[in-house]
Design a protein. Structure first.
Ligand SMILES: Cc1cc2nc3c(=O)[nH]c(=O)nc-3n(C[C@H](O)[C@H](O)[C@H](O)COP(=O)(O)OP(=O)(O)OC[C@H]3O[C@@H](n4cnc5c(N)ncnc54)[C@H](O)[C@@H]3O)c2cc1C
Length: 444
């Protein structure tokens, strides 16, 4: 086990790895480019309203076991609360509200019973979900052919009718995978469905952060590293990994400083790593050159402040609209502000639109979804486009994702995009950090 480990990147992956390594007895030095930690899962204060804003609303799931372990380890698990069972409400464009609430039966009966009891599905759609449950349980038999299929092809092969796909599976796919079912990998989606919906009622629960995302983990993780003799340094812009004779021996910063280290863990996003590696390593090592085949999938978040409450719902899936989820932030954070956030995932075709245009669409759609909001006046708004929110989990993506251990001695990788078997999620990021930490702790 190495004494000192240099980590690049202070997102969930880098911080989870840092805490695990520090707990394992390593002295951790973590370098983060930005003046803040958290990467793609962070929060900040809106200057106009003072409200706490996440760079995009995040949902947790009961199946995020590594994440829950991480939050326990740093003492912040109370910042995320879970419903006792899976409970999701859907609001249709005509204003109809329906619900999927799953009783605490053993899996998969919790989901199947929830669907059967729900007013969100027609009789035929309920039968389709039952068929899907059977197919998922027999999924091992489905085997490798699934690797070639998109979610849309797979769902239609399983006889899932159009209305159910549009109003349920597509919504789940876009929410969980951040990608259009027409290009999303069926095998990755199947894995997610099995873990999240068909494993256990506890794993299926949704969790909501009750504080700004950064407050859920960044300071506490940095403290856990510092308490064990490590350091977390902000505004440290790593420009190159120093590699010679097949071995990584440190990094070079933008100001020219070289930092020597025998063990380096890169926890930067996939579109950054190739720029830090020597060109010859990218060209000669397939695990690095394949990274260039990953593509981004954007998420757009629209934040709206009104002069009065517009809904009592805490969060709700939206159907028949461009925007897909509504989160009542004032209620979730317990601040009483009339502030909501709207999410548009897999937003390829919208990301080039102007913020004004996106805002108009969001407000118009909201008014048709919530006719009761009447003359509520919009007092403030914010639109955030995360163009590189996640990698696109398209067919074949698993073969592009590198493992934690690389052919360059002393260089390890973490990040939601590495080979975790999960889509780009909080859980994928934390797991990747743990995988890398484990590999480092067991190295000579
Ligand atoms: C809008 C949005 C909504 C999302 N919603 C959900 C959700 O509901 N549920 C869910 O599970 N997941 C969600 N995700 C995904 C989740 O946020 C990510 O999977 C996770 O945060 C990725 O963490 P990471 O540590 O792998 O990468 P990052 O968070 O990208 O961290 C990488 C870090 O490296 C730093 N860095 C980059 N280059 C350098 C450099 N040269 N030198 C030093 N540091 C560098 C970056 O500044 C960053 O801090 C969402 C993501 C977005 C963007």
């Amino acid at each position: 086990m190495p004494d000192d480990v240099l980590i690049i990147g202070g997102g969930l992956a880098g911080l989870a790895a840092g805490v695990a390594l520090a707990e394992g007895g390593c002295r951790v030095r973590l370098l983060e480019q930005k003046p803040y930690l958290g990467g793609r899962a962070r929060s900040f204060r809106d200057t106009a309203t003072g409200s706490v804003i996440d760079n995009g609303q995040h949902l947790f799931m009961g199946c995020y076991h590594s994440t829950l372990k991480f939050l326990e380890a740093i003492g912040t698990s109370q910042t995320v609360t879970f419903d006792p069972q899976l409970r999701v409400r859907f609001l249709d464009v005509d204003g109809k509200l329906s619900e999927l609430r799953c009783p605490s039966f053993p899996a998969p009966w919790h989901l199947l019973a929830g669907v059967c009891l729900s007013d969100s599905f027609t009789f035929g759609e309920k039968m389709d979900v039952l068929r899907m449950g059977r197919a998922l349980r027999a999924a091992n038999k489905a085997g490798p052919s699934l690797e070639q299929l998109t979610v849309e092809e797979w769902l239609s092969e399983l006889g899932q009718r159009e209305s159910l796909r549009r109003n349920f599976w597509d919504l789940l796919c876009i929410a969980a995978m951040n990608e259009d079912p027409q290009i999303t990998s069926a095998s990755l989606f199947r894995r997610v469905l099995r873990l999240a919906l068909f494993n256990s009622p506890l794993d299926s629960r949704l969790g909501v952060p009750r504080a700004g995302l950064s407050d859920c983990y960044t300071d506490a993780a940095a403290r856990a590293i510092a308490d064990r003799g490590g350091s977390v340094e902000l505004q440290r812009d790593v420009r190159a990994l120093l590699v010679s004779n097949g071995e990584c021996h440190g990094v070079k910063l933008a100001d020219g400083t070289a930092i020597e280290a025998r063990t380096v863990l890169s926890a930067v996003p996939w579109h950054v790593l190739p720029m830090l590696l020597p060109g010859e390593a990218v060209n000669s090592e397939p695990i690095f050159s394949r990274i260039l085949g990953l593509h981004p999938a954007p998420i757009i978040s629209v934040y709206l402040w009104f002069d009065r409450p517009v809904t009592d719902l805490e969060f709700v899936g939206l159907r028949g609209t461009t925007i897909q989820w509504l989160f009542n932030k004032g209620k979730i954070l317990g601040t009483g502000e009339n502030y909501i956030s709207l999410v548009l995932s897999g937003a390829h075709e919208h990301v080039a639109r102007s913020k004004e245009d996106l805002l108009d669409t969001a407000v118009q759609e909201l008014r048709s979804l919530l006719p009761g909001m009447g003359g509520a006046r919009l007092t403030h708004s914010l639109v955030i486009k995360e163009r590189f929110a996640t990698f696109s989990p398209c067919v074949g993506v698993d073969s592009l994702r590198p493992p934690a251990v690389t052919p360059v001695r002393g260089l390890y990788l973490a990040g939601d995009w590495t080979d975790t078997g999960l889509p780009a999620t909080i859980e994928g990021a934390v797991q990747s950090g743990y995988f890398a930490a484990e590999a480092i702790l067991h190295s000579n």
